[in-house]
Write a protein that binds this ligand. Structure first.
Ligand code: NI
Length: 198
């Protein structure tokens, strides 16, 4: 009886140890933000600022950053896109190992014709993404982004939206975020870690 009890306790400790080990292992892989990585991102069916089709399969295979915003945004979006343009310059060669996407949360107004000159005004290297409103709504859900239409009256509206740049590894695994207002130094550190696969 005593040996059976010892054996059962042994099982309990082994199970606890295994649980702790897998938990630590998960923590170790969640990237800089230590955020739960479970299923951020998913399939989408959209178009680029050039009007060509783009799906999630097209963006996998390379490190990528996605920022959701809209061209009518008065402050957060243009500021973020300026920062992205700055990161691209500072990353130099490393910038060739990743792609930057600007997904519009306002696909009704942000047609490819509107998006193309907008992203181009921040320099090369940022791909604008839009599409049918229902398809963009699906992408917004898949990437767990917050976006909400705010009525301004007189048939005008603005979009309230989350402001972080999301980083992903080539296999689509979530790597972390760069928050709005985060220092250039930590942003570059994260991007270098991502592009060097460390
Ligand atoms: Ni914005």
């Amino acid at each position: 009886m005593k040996s059976l009890r010892l054996f059962l306790w042994g099982l309990v400790f082994a199970a606890a140890g295994f649980a702790a080990y897998t938990y630590m292992d998960r923590l170790g892989k969640t990237g800089p933000e230590n955020v739960a990585t479970a299923e951020i991102g998913g399939p989408f069916d959209l178009v680029t600022h050039n009007g060509t089709s783009i799906t999630r399969d097209d963006i996998l295979g390379r490190n990528h950053a996605i920022f959701f915003g809209f061209t009518h945004c008065p402050d957060v979006c243009p500021t973020t896109l300026l920062e992205i343009a700055g990161w691209l310059k500072e990353l130099g060669e490393d910038a060739n190992r990743m792609d930057f996407y600007f997904f519009t949360v306002d696909p009704e107004r942000d047609t490819p014709e509107i998006l193309q000159p907008y992203v181009a005004s921040f320099g090369e290297g940022i791909t604008g993404v839009t599409g049918k409103p229902e398809n963009m709504a699906e992408a917004i859900r898949a990437y767990r982004v917050y976006a909400k239409k705010v009525d301004l009256g007189d048939d005008d509206y603005t979009m309230d939206h989350s402001a972080q740049v999301m980083l992903f590894r080539p296999d689509g695994r979530f790597f972390g975020t760069i928050s709005f207002g985060e220092s250039n130094k930590t942003a570059i550190e994260k991007l270098r870690r991502l592009t060097t696969g460390s």
